[in-house]
Design a protein around this ligand. Structure first.
Ligand SMILES: C[S@@+](CC[C@H](N)C(=O)[O-])C[C@H]1O[C@@H](n2cnc3c(N)ncnc32)[C@H](O)[C@@H]1O
Length: 293
């Protein structure tokens, strides 16, 4: 098991074989409530589609994973990347998968069932229950943009990385997300609604280099990972994005129920007429942690 921070008492640690190591109530006020129920299920499917696998592959390249290492996935979602990484570090390594959402963690445990070198932590990126310098590398894929105090999360990641350890962080330029095939005026209204979403950093990649440097990271590099998706079904990124967006617009009240229904209808028409396309640009960041002598 990962060395737990002495001051940490809240949280849940569960091994993939079902052994429970520590049980208490999980954090936190930083946690987004978005990834429950239908959205969690959609997000888990999208993580396994082509664009999701490409992101994992880009992160692995950055992390330089070796057998026997201890790796952390912050915001592990359905645990698909944790499974991949647990196999990469082998029996002598350890994979730690952290997420605040019980729904996501349950799915992650199922994904990693039978693997003995994965542990699950119900926890929050801004206050992680690990000792300083615990991990050889950390990955966090499309998670930081959902955390209000993203600087605190980055500092925590920096704290738990070993000297010379690597971070592979992927986040999305949401303003570059674009749905094609629907009415331009409606799309403009959908986009206007995004400013009402308090807990989402719309264009985090722009701010990441300065945030990472402020936290002590060096060697920050940036790689765009474009997605062009003309499919619209339960396992596609385009579909997932419209559903997440819909949930956010509904929550913020930026669009009325009638307008949301109208959006659904025009999307369906575009799909039927083969005019639907979804474009997005997530960015991968590959900083190396400053060595501490
Ligand atoms: C878009 S999903 C990405 C999941 C996974 N990394 C993937 O690529 O499939 C965002 C994840 O971040 C988690 N999350 C939200 N707030 C968090 C926080 N404060 N600390 C850690 N994870 C958080 C959510 O529960 C969710 O599982």
């Amino acid at each position: 098991m990962a060395p737990l921070k002495a001051s940490w008492v809240a949280g849940l640690v569960m091994m993939a074989d079902g052994t429970q190591c520590n049980d208490a109530k999980g954090p936190s006020k930083q946690t987004s409530s978005l990834f429950q129920g239908e959205i969690a299920a959609l997000q888990q499917r999208a993580a396994q589609c082509k664009a999701g696998l490409e992101r994992q592959s880009a992160a692995i390249d950055v992390m330089n994973v070796r057998v026997g290492q201890h790796i952390l996935d912050v915001g592990c979602g359905g645990g698909y990347f944790a499974k991949e990484l647990s196999q990469a570090v082998g029996d002598t390594g350890l994979m730690t998968a952290l997420d605040p959402s019980p729904t996501q963690l349950d799915a992650a445990k199922k994904t990693c069932a039978g693997l003995k070198n994965v542990e699950f932590i119900q926890g929050d990126a801004t206050s992680m229950p690990f000792d300083d310098e615990s991990f050889h590398s950390v990955t966090t894929i499309q998670t930081l943009e959902y955390i209000k105090d993203v600087d605190a999360a980055i500092q925590e990641i920096r704290r738990v990385l070993k000297p010379g350890g690597r971070l592979a962080a992927i986040s999305t330029m949401w303003s570059l997300n674009k749905i094609y095939g629907i009415d331009e005026e409606l799309e403009a209204r959908v986009n206007q609604g995004k400013t009402a979403i308090a807990d989402l950093h719309e264009n985090l990649p722009v701010d990441m280099p300065s945030k990472l440097k402020a936290a002590g990271f060096v060697g920050v590099q940036q790689v765009p990972l474009p997605t062009w998706d003309t499919t619209y079904h339960e396992n596609s990124f385009g579909y997932l994005w419209t559903r997440i967006k819909r949930a956010q617009l509904k929550k913020s009240g930026a669009l009325s129920e009638d307008e949301l229904q109208q959006w659904d209808n025009v999307l369906e028409t575009a799909v039927k007429e083969d005019r639907f396309a979804f474009a997005r640009i997530p960015f991968s960041r590959s900083p190396q942690c400053l060595s501490v002598c």
